[in-house]
Design a binder for this molecule. Sequence first.
Ligand code: AOF
Ligand code: ZN
Length: 348
Amino acid sequence: MQQHEKFMKRCLELASAGLGSTYPNPIVGSVIVHEGKIIGEGWHRKAGEAHAEVNAVNSVKDKSLLKKSTIYVTLEPCSHFGKTPPCCDLIIANDIPNVVIGCVDPNEKVAGRGIAKLMASGKKVTLGVLEKECIALNRRFFTFQNKKRPYIILKWAQSADGFISPERKTEAKPVWLTNQYSRQLVHKWRTQEHAILIGTQTAIDDNPSLTARDWHGQNPIRIVIDRSHRIPKENHIFDSQAKTIALSEQPSDWAQTEIIDFEGNLVEEICKSLFRNDIQSVIVEGGRRLLQTFIDAGIWDEARVFRSETVLGNGTKAPFFDFMPHLKENIRKDELLMYRNHDQHDYF
Ligand code: AOF
Ligand code: ZN
């Protein structure tokens, strides 16, 4: 068993290299082991391209060894024809006798059929090696498949005295509560999520670009609430740096628009709209009202809060939790607090 866990750990490492570039697909890693040695490795890099198992098989130099090998994979090998052919067929065609799997694929098109097919063809299948870790790794994909909504990360920075921003004065320069390293970290986070969401007032007041320009990787899809098209169409959010979807009452000429029901529950309407667009995860970056709306609805998965030493004295109060969520990590001595919402999921 320890051997299994050792090789599955390597699969997890490989899989995480794909974080941010595989949407709407999950991240998956695979290794092939012959007589205790890794002879092939692969991970899924991008939706539409080869799955992890294909890359692992292709990386094996001496294909004749496959007949006496074990393939490890973090997610159940697929059984369906999607953008690529089934990985089960590849394993069967290459005569790999042992298959070790982290977790079952929650995608309705697979959901156990891959395992059944492998077993029916005489493969020795071992399921559930580092299962919790494999599910946690794909918490975005699992949330989307099981809850029919994207995985939701809330992010904000607050001053030492609990304000998210100072009182607005026209012409005033923006006050940065975080340092350049925190900002770079935020850009890294942006590359890891499928989408980024802000409210109307933030788009008007701050005119943010919401790109990940300080980190290597893909820009998330920008989602902006623009109920009655109050955001000037010249604002950065509508530029060509990244794709933008406006959630509005009516269509507009300058942005892709998704019509949502503003009389309904806003968080649920946002979730439904993002689900329709196949968006697996979203990082909510303000403003305070929108963040608080998610907290009050109880529909969020992680909160990442920067705490600055700056004292503002007055301004807009930072969002608050009505109950204290589970603090998962406290990074850099209180500077960054990472919360998990245990009411919502058990992936941790
Ligand atoms: C695997 N290995 O590396 C991945 C899997 O459209 P396709 O063909 O890319 O299929 C996407 C679905 O396949 C995805 O929703 C998930 O169920 C599974 N992903 N499966 O065996 C992989 N990425
Ligand atoms: Zn596959």
